[in-house]
Design a protein around this ligand. Sequence first.
Ligand SMILES: [Zn+2]
Length: 186
Amino acid sequence: MSPAAPDLGRPQPPISPLAIGSHGGWLEDRVNPADGACGVSGYPCRHPGVDVAGAAGTPVVAPENGVVVAVADGVSAPFGGYGPWLVVLQGDSGKFHLLGHLDPYDAGMAPVGARFFAGQQVGTTSSANHTHWEVRRSPVPDYASGEDNFSNNVDPLSWLALAQIGAGTILVVGGSALLLWLLYRK
Ligand SMILES: [Zn+2]
């Protein structure tokens, strides 16, 4: 793990320091690099996650404490387009983190059922030079009822900001309680 990584167990981006790749922001307009089109062949016109930059071989870590609930090669439904390897982690917050474009060489690093602390490595970037990070309400949108990767997903950076505030609040409240105890104990 990179020495620059934030504390183990604390909510954090999958790669630190956080750098968003070009055209990799939440809801940015996208076209298929192959044909310049979008909205066909399942290629979305907007980006349902963020691309966190990291040259091939960069460790990709769990954004929060959680359990791996799915892995796949990203070729077929319901996880097509996220290859050559992806990991879905169910975080303790209840959200699902999809980390795509990982190197299949490290596919054994995060098997289904394995538990990770935030900051522990679950994969490695591939030659895509980034990981595609989605934060989902459910692991797969309920397509039959009209849900998609936009109604099912939330902005990963907004999720991260709130999660870090939550972790900080616990520290502040805990610290205050300790201070009061120190002040008022006999
Ligand atoms: Zn992406």
